[in-house]
Write a protein of this length. Structure first.
Lengths: 332, 331
């Protein structure tokens, strides 16, 4: 299959994977309750019952190239109807679970390697054993995808322990005025995007859910106090950057080839308007200019702030302050 | 009117038939007997649509990692009509000694969830479905965690596929420190993550190894239909080890302002045991990339040495100042 060819809808493949996995599960669990099987596969009971009934119509073309009763899956219908129990009374062709594809194994292996960054969660030996099992369980050598161990963050350990024991954490964090503030937080969820870890928690200073970058926390400690807010009673968003009414709009000019490098800052509202000179204009939301000036300065030459003037000045002042330090150091 | 048979049922019947046959089935036998094909089979017709469907179903089975085998008829290799298809059971089944504990399964579920947004999410989702066949209930120790690898770099899927096929690829690449992208033609070897960044290593036309940041591949990765013989060994592990050596060797001395963002972020990675250290020895694998990061810290980080890193940071700051000092559009 060529890379450019049409990709099959993912869900047809998921449903085939389900059928191929469901049958060996039923073989190994004679008399399993519909509710238990449904919970195990993460589907509703009605859906699971429909899948059981569907399997009974399927089988192999037998000796006469037709599907006789002995060539089809069958179940104990009385047990299903009366007791919600599934017994296969006739089975064909399949005994065991299928192997993983090379890419399926690679996806889990790479994910496991990534989890090694979580201190105390997954020790190296356990992960190595698991990766070896996945490789042996794959139908071909998994493609080369690897993730290095990185550097574990001590703050992650503090938060993880607090999350596990349901206790509060406290740390210094930069606010919108560029000052540090002590934030008492009930941890709700530890999240990450690639190499960056975030704590989603209830901030007692703001009286609301906030997201904090773990590598920007200073002097984190676990206070030992019990949390007042838990993931069960706070609705947690799945997106990392929730727009806020306090956001500032900033106009940008981006080198066309650099658009992917700022993709995570672009929202549905950020229209890209080419300026005909290899650059595009767009607008993004930012919480404050302190974050913006750092972003712009870390992508030199690729990103220009066009408006408002205060935002341009924040970036220029940032660069000027840095150059002043180099100049005064040069004279010293 | 006959019931419409959904594709997964037809493919499931195909798998059953191919597992059950010992000597293999010809295409003719499959199309004329297997449920889902047989209903549409015309014994007199060319059955072109049905044959195309069979080709697509074969691809779907292979995508799931099912070991579909073709057996050439004795004495007539390549005769398409007499070729037989089968799935050898021994290659199909998960080996009996591959089992998982509830804790391991909890870890694997979290590992799979890492890909929720990315191109490998479908692959990991199907792997987790297959794992359920084993009937192990994962333990819940991983609640409260939502680690995500974005792999949103759209380069990820075409590159891993090209690595699998040993196909040479072309793509536009924006090198750190440059402002415009250039095309590259590369033999892809490995995609890997190093110090939190997704990287990709391959060989250029002279078989020199080159490393690229996935986030800087700024356009489509295209296959060239030209294939190559990859070197032996675990290319990803070797690429990580190569980069680690460069990382260990290259250091810079950077002074950070106490209590600043730069002190927090660099100190965490390079401060060692002293969280209040203000002079840090910073390791790096790519000078331009480190210069970008340091420029972002503005006055909070000052390069002491090496001189060429200091120059790289200063010239970046000058460019930023020049671009933003005047009223917009003046530059």
């Amino acid at each position: 299959m060529s890379a450019a060819g049409p990709t099959r809808p993912a869900f047809a493949q998921d449903r085939l994977a389900f059928l191929l996995s469901f049958v060996p599960y039923l073989i190994d669990h004679p008399g399993v309750k519909v509710a238990d099987a449904a919970a195990h596969f993460g589907v509703g009971e009605e859906e699971l019952r429909a899948q059981v009934e569907r399997i009974t119509g399927l089988g192999v073309p037998g000796a006469t190239a037709t599907y006789g009763p002995e060539d089809l899956f069958d179940i104990d219908w009385d047990a299903l109807d009366d007791a919600d129990e599934i017994y296969l009374t006739n089975r064909v062709a399949i005994d065991d679970a299928p192997k993983f594809s090379a890419r399926e194994a690679a996806a889990l292996i790479a994910g496991l390697q990534y989890l090694q960054a979580l201190p105390g969660r997954a020790d190296g030996a356990a992960i190595a054993t698991l990766m070896a099992k996945l490789s042996r369980g794959a139908s071909a050598t998994p493609p080369a995808v690897a993730i290095d161990r990185g550097v574990a963050d001590a703050a992650l350990g503090v938060i993880r322990a607090a999350l596990d024991t349901g206790t509060r954490v406290e740390f210094d964090y930069l606010n919108s005025r560029g000052e540090h503030e002590r934030r008492p937080v009930d941890p709700l969820r530890l999240e990450s995007r690639d190499d960056t870890w975030y704590l989603r928690g209830w901030c007692h200073l703001r009286g609301d859910v906030r997201i904090f970058r773990v590598d920007r926390m200073q002097h984190p400690i676990a206070t030992g106090e019990k949390v007042q807010h838990t993931p069960e009673d706070v609705a947690l968003s799945e997106t990392l950057f929730d727009p806020s009414a306090d956001d500032l709009w900033v106009g940008l000019r981006i080198a066309e080839s650099a658009i992917p490098t700022v993709a995570e800052y672009l929202t549905a509202e950020s229209k890209l308007v080419p300026d005909g000179e290899g650059r595009v204009r767009t607008r993004i939301r930012v919480a404050h200019y302190h974050g913006l000036k750092r972003l712009v300065a870390s992508l030199p030459g690729l990103l220009e702030v066009t408006d408002p003037p205060e935002a341009r000045k924040a970036v220029a002042d940032w660069a000027q302050a840095a150059l002043d330090r180099y100049r005064s150091r040069g004279r010293a | 009117m006959p019931r419409i048979i959904p594709p997964e049922e037809r493919q499931f019947s195909l798998v059953l038939a191919l597992l059950a046959t010992e000597h293999g089935l010809t295409k003719e036998q499959i199309l004329s007997t297997v449920d889902g094909y047989a209903q549409k089979y015309d014994p007199d017709g060319p059955n072109a649509n049905l044959e195309r469907q069979f080709e697509r179903d074969k691809d779907a089975l292979r995508e799931l990692g099912l070991p579909l085998e073709t057996v050439d008829p004795p004495g007539e290799p390549g005769n398409n009509q007499l070729q037989r298809y089968r799935i050898p059971k021994g290659d199909y089944e998960l080996p009996g000694d591959v089992t998982f504990t509830p804790t391991e399964l909890g870890l694997l579920q979290l590992a799979g969830a890492v890909w929720r947004e990315g191109t490998l999410s479908g692959d990991s989702r199907r792997a987790l479905i297959k794992l359920r066949a084993l009937g192990v209930e994962p333990d819940g120790v991983m609640l409260g965690y939502a680690p995500r690898l974005r792999a949103l770099e759209p380069a990820f899927a075409p590159l891993t596929e090209a690595i699998e096929r040993h196909e040479i690829v072309t793509f536009p690449y924006l090198r750190p420190g440059r402002t415009s992208a250039r095309p590259h033609t590369i033999k892809p070897l490995a995609v890997f993550q190093f110090r939190g960044r997704w990287l990709f290593q391959g060989l250029d036309h002279a078989d020199r190894p080159l490393t690229f940041l996935l986030s800087r591949i700024v356009g489509e990765v295209k296959g060239t239909k030209t294939y190559f013989e990859p070197p032996a060994g675990d290319q990803a592990a070797r690429a990580v080890a190569d980069l680690q050596r460069v990382w260990d060797r290259q250091t810079a001395t950077v002074e950070v302002v106490p209590g600043s963002d730069a002190a927090a972020r660099l100190g965490r990675r390079f401060g060692g045991d002293d969280p209040e250290a203000t002079v840090l020895t910073v390791h790096y694998s790519d000078l331009a990339l480190l210069a970008d990061e340091l420029a972002g810290y503005g006055p909070e980080a000052l390069v002491i040495e090496p001189e060429h890193l200091k120059q790289a940071v200063v010239s970046r700051l000058e460019a930023i100042l020049w671009q933003h000092a005047e009223a917009e559009g003046a530059a």
